[in-house]
Design a protein around this ligand. Structure first.
Ligand code: SAM
Length: 239
């Protein structure tokens, strides 16, 4: 039976792909290119293409609409995209292995896991192998030269799109807070950090691990910029 491999492609620097991920990508005849917009790019596929020759591979473009919840459920078009991707994978598994590279690590806010769950519902016995990757927060930590957590510190990872009360509660009670998906909510985040006197503990990383990656220690100044979707703020209370 052929296998679907869900592969963490790392944060952007091709050298941060795992050896195992690369070996599996080389031998897989079919690749999934996950895209956030219909004609957009797949950063994970770009990472792969900079490492191995993909010209003889079948590349399946799959558009995954932005995950949004309505009435406690993912929107129907989001479900439809997972189903479509699962069917494509099943069709191509008849011919050989399929590799689904995903940015960072699949365990952290990756669409690949929704496809995984959809496939498991269709066929609980199919072969799916997950190959972890380096998370983008690990890459940000390395770029900033600061750990995420030490000793008794509590590390919390949250989407910055949570409402203010929920975010405030997390910011007050935890030691290191990784705020992902900050790019459209910078004004709100800066206001909250300012209110909690945490602005000087926050560092913003944009396109970390990529050639044009930037780091901002003045998060409020960065709020006026048109930040890329690949932006993360780390608030670490311990100096
Ligand atoms: C859908 S999540 C993917 C997370 C990824 N699976 C991981 O392991 O970190 C997308 C969010 O990850 C963060 N992100 C992805 N790439 C990044 C990068 N190169 N630099 C900073 N943040 C990044 C941003 O917060 C972005 O909104």
């Amino acid at each position: 039976m052929n296998t679907l491999y869900i592969i963490g492609a790392g944060p952007g620097d091709p050298e941060l792909m795992t050896v195992k991920g690369m070996r599996v990508l080389e031998k897989s005849p079919t690749l999934i290119a996950s895209k956030g917009t219909v004609n957009g790019v797949s950063t994970a596929l770009d990472i792969v293409a900079s490492l191995i020759d993909i010209s003889d591979k079948k590349v399946l473009d799959v558009h995954f609409p932005m995950f949004k919840v309505k009435n406690g459920q993912a929107r129907p078009e989001v479900h439809a995209a997972w189903q479509k991707a699962a069917r494509l994978v099943l069709d191509h598994l008849e011919k050989g292995d399929v590799a689904f590279p995903t940015l960072g690590d699949p365990a952290v806010y990756s669409t690949a896991f929704y496809v995984y769950a959809t496939l498991r519902e269709i066929n609980p016995d199919m072969n799916i192998s997950i190959i972890p990757g380096i998370t983008t927060m690990s890459s940000c930590s390395a770029m900033g030269g600061a750990p995420l957590c030490l000793g008794n510190e509590i590390l919390t990872v949250v989407p910055a799109t949570f409402n203010d009360d929920r975010l405030k509660n997390i910011l007050v009670h935890h030691d290191t807070i990784v705020l992902m998906k900050v790019y459209r909510v910078m004004d709100r985040i800066v206001a909250l950090l300012s209110e909690l006197d945490l602005l000087d503990r926050a560092v913003l990383f944009e396109r970390c691990g990529m050639e044009d990656g930037r780091i901002f220690t003045d998060v409020s100044a960065a709020a006026d910029l048109n930040l890329h979707y690949f932006s993360t703020i780390i608030v670490r209370k311990e100096a």
